[in-house]
Ligand binder design. Structure first.
Ligand SMILES: [Zn+2]
Length: 380
């Protein structure tokens, strides 16, 4: 594994898509595979150009952070929220929710189980070898976490023939992600991040809230306590005995809108007992937004874990200053050893292809701030 400098600068995953890619996607162009590769190479070049140490391919092959599984797993189909309206149990409530959350029903697509799940091949192994050819050092791979999948892809009316209950799906999810990790270990992957944004919905949306986290939490849930327990169990089953790549978990409060007031808010303190029991190496957490609460709770991260510190907000056009970011990192170093702090944006810049929270230009400027902050910290 190639060496990372102190205060590595990284991303959470997604990068805004170029217009040629979006247009080819809409037209279902035959050129799409080649254009996706071009966009991935450009996203890597963009990040490397501003000094990102651990870049991603920008998730340019994905419509969103978990929808791409439809192309790589048998038994999954991509349905828009508009299509899903026909199948969700409480249609009026779901429609109202989409409106309240500032989400157009056509723009967000959800992978949905319609048959028995089976990998068609590697989920991201091909992405890794491509990214390696277009970067100088380590690259980050992102995968939807097992709990996210357990909550999002099972829609009773469509899924129950293959999996009568949501619980019956979980064993297959664990098996599929473990198969994938084993292959990534063999390929010498550097960093694999599991995205688990729905965890925040469990603790911040309130006990009575259901389906507040838009598409990524379609399945009805048990009590928050049981769901958090399940999330720990699932990730630990996936990562058990795996060594080689750095394994990360990303938890944020949603990234579908630039309107901060429609996104969830609450301290990570409520999630710390859950995170502390997850057997992973790094937690990638948003801290640029004030909605994330106080830094002190970071002291409760498991000893030895590193922190991907969200230090710039991808959803604001206002630019953070490198000095302020460096100061923030120094503050965080009171709770997490400095040698275990990575500098990240709070979340992706283009989680949803058709609905990025930032332009490419803004993403570049935000990442440049992080790189400058890292330079200040390394000097100091
Ligand atoms: Zn996020």
């Amino acid at each position: 594994m190639k060496h990372l400098p102190m205060y590595p600068v990284s991303v959470v995953g997604s990068w805004p898509r170029p217009e040629y890619l979006l247009s080819a996607q809409r037209r279902r162009s035959a050129e799409l595979p080649a254009l996706r590769e071009r966009a991935c190479a450009e996203a890597l070049a963009d990040q490397l150009g501003v000094g990102v140490d651990l870049p991603s391919d920008g998730e340019q092959r994905r419509d969103n952070f978990y929808s791409f599984l439809c192309e790589r797993l048998e038994g999954l189909e991509l349905l828009s929220m508009a299509q899903l309206l026909d199948y969700v149990e409480d249609k009026a409530a779901f429609e109202g929710l989409l409106r309240a959350l500032d989400v157009p029903a056509f723009a967000i697509k959800n992978p949905t189980v319609v048959g028995t799940l089976k990998r068609r091949g590697s989920l991201v192994g091909g992405d890794l070898s491509f990214a390696r050819r277009h970067s100088r050092g380590q690259v980050k791979l992102t995968l939807p976490g097992p709990y996210l999948l357990s909550r999002s892809i099972w829609v009773k009316a469509l899924s129950e023939r293959a999996y009568p209950t949501r619980e019956s799906l979980n064993d297959d999810l664990v098996r599929i992600l473990r198969e994938e990790l084993a292959e990534l270990v063999a390929a010498g992957a550097d960093f694999v991040q599991f995205d688990e944004p729905v965890l925040s919905e469990l603790v911040f949306a309130g006990k009575s809230a259901t389906r507040t986290f838009m598409c990524a939490a379609l399945a009805a849930k048990s009590s928050p306590e049981e769901e958090l327990e399940l999330a720990v169990e699932l990730i630990n089953r996936v990562t058990e005995g795996i060594s080689g790549p750095t394994l990360g978990v990303h938890v944020c409060r949603g990234n579908w809108s630039t309107q901060e007031d429609v996104l969830l808010s609450g301290s990570y303190g409520a999630l710390m007992p859950t995170l502390a029991r997850m057997r992973v190496d790094q937690f990638v957490l948003e801290y640029a937004t004030p909605r994330a609460g106080p830094l002190e709770v970071l002291a409760k991260l498991p000893p030895g874990a590193s922190l991907g510190l969200g230090a710039v907000n991808p959803r604001t056009t206002e630019l953070e200053t490198p000095e302020a970011v460096a100061e923030r990192v120094r503050e965080v170093a009171r709770y997490v050893p400095a040698q275990r702090i990575y500098l990240n944006p709070d979340c992706g810049f283009g989680t949803f292809a058709e609905r990025p929270v930032a332009s490419r230009e803004l993403a570049l400027r935000k990442m440049d701030v992080l790189a400058q902050a890292a330079a200040i910290l390394r000097r100091g």
